[in-house]
Design a protein around this ligand. Structure first.
Ligand SMILES: *Cc1c(COP(=O)(O)O)cnc(C)c1O
Length: 367
């Protein structure tokens, strides 16, 4: 049965994970690999583990259940729901938390299951998603004390996250402010915080510029080894494999989507007739480029949105998409395409996310 195919290069993923781990280790930083873009894919989790990374994070508990088969240490990235604490304790060794009510429930459940659940307590340094607000020091302190007092849970570390909701960049200033909060906690609680988890792949720009605040010793990273892109200044990094495409496209040759040509013809570039709205109720305007050769591909918006696909052949341009069809202009294409041939696209992060989420795309692994 036909399905568009997503090719994932596991060999490069392993190499990238090894490169990332070594690079960060040389600066005293431990890394947790984030697998969430692959939606619980066991093969990609194994690939980064082969690169030497031991802790794998996912944002959904049911995906941790799947990847636990690899023998990795598991971390739940999205803070647990109160309704799922049983499964969180069962399938996650570590979880990100900020709510005392949920931490108490996790502790109680961990006792029931005879386990110790580790908590990465989140502090919000300004990006406005998860975490106790950085100015509410007493609340942070009280929560650390709670974790230390409750049997069944253990403080894995204290973390913060940048550049997700609020677009707040990781900087020397907010990094040092975060570190200062932790130093104060260490003094007030008489403890040493083992994992000071400074952010995600966007924190890498500070390392790249030699500005890393010494003392921040942990990161939770996906995009860096997955795409080889430094996402703040948006550049491909030489030490990782990347794409031949302009960095503005932010795609990577580790992931290619392949779809079959179902119709080939030459047609006008402007529709003929009175125009209304398209399949998604959008009005459109068209530029008249005369009659051009084009192909109809068997994949659509419900698989991967066209704006997240970049043709591997630069002479192919994307014309548009409906739910199940993608239209490409092949007039300038030098290869002789026929019906039944397959056309390849590199994917950006969102494209990869969508391709991994849908049941309408099959996966092939390059080992
Ligand atoms: C997604 C996520 C990460 C990793 O993000 P990347 O951009 O893939 O590096 C880290 N921490 C949290 C809390 C996340 O949700």
């Amino acid at each position: 049965m036909y399905m568009p195919t997503l090719y994932i290069n596991l060999q490069k993923l392993t190499e990238n994970a090894a490169t990332e781990k070594a690079l960060l280790a040389s600066k005293g930083i431990e890394v947790m690999a984030v697998n969430k873009v692959f939606d619980g894919c066991i093969e990609t989790a194994q690939a980064v583990m082969a690169g030497g990374i031991e802790v794998i994070a996912e944002s959904r508990t049911y995906n941790l259940k799947k990847i636990r088969a690899t023998g990795c240490t598991t971390c739940l990235l999205r803070s647990p729901c109160l309704s799922e604490v049983k499964d969180v304790v069962r399938y996650a060794d570590i979880s990100l938390n900020s709510e005392p009510l949920i931490i108490r429930a996790l502790a109680k459940e961990a006792l029931n299951q005879g386990r110790v659940h580790r908590i990465l307590l989140m502090v919000d340094m300004g990006d406005l998603r998860e975490g106790i607000w950085f100015e509410h020091y007493e609340q942070i302190l009280a929560t650390v004390k709670l974790i230390n007092e409750l049997p069944g849970v253990e403080l894995y570390g204290i973390g913060t996250n940048f550049n997700c909701y609020g677009t707040v960049l990781p900087t020397v200033k907010n990094g040092e402010d975060f570190l200062a909060i932790i130093k104060r906690i260490e003094v007030d609680c008489g403890i040493s915080v083992s994992h000071i988890s400074a952010g995600n792949c966007t924190s890498y720009h500070l390392l790249d510029k030699g500005l890393w605040p010494v003392g921040l010793n942990h990161l939770r990273i996906g995009g860096l080894h997955e795409f080889g892109i430094e996402y703040v200044d948006m550049k491909y990094l030489d030490e990782f494999h990347h794409s031949s495409k302009p960095v503005g496209k932010a795609c990577s040759d580790l992931y290619q989507l392949e779809a079959e040509i179902i119709e080939l013809n030459s047609k006008p570039t402007v529709p003929v007739g009175e125009l209304g709205v398209d399949a998604f109720l959008q009005a459109k305007s068209f530029t008249d480029n005369g009659t051009r050769r084009r192909a109809l591909l068997a994949f659509g918006r419900q698989d991967v949105p066209a704006e997240n696909c970049i043709p591997v052949d630069d002479r192919i341009t994307l014309l548009g998409q409906t739910s199940d069809h993608t239209l490409i202009d092949i007039e300038d294409c030098t290869s002789h395409l026929r019906v039944g041939d397959r056309v390849r696209f590199e994917l950006d992060y969102t494209g990869l996310l969508m391709a991994c989420q849908t049941s309408g795309v099959q996966r092939r692994f390059i080992r």
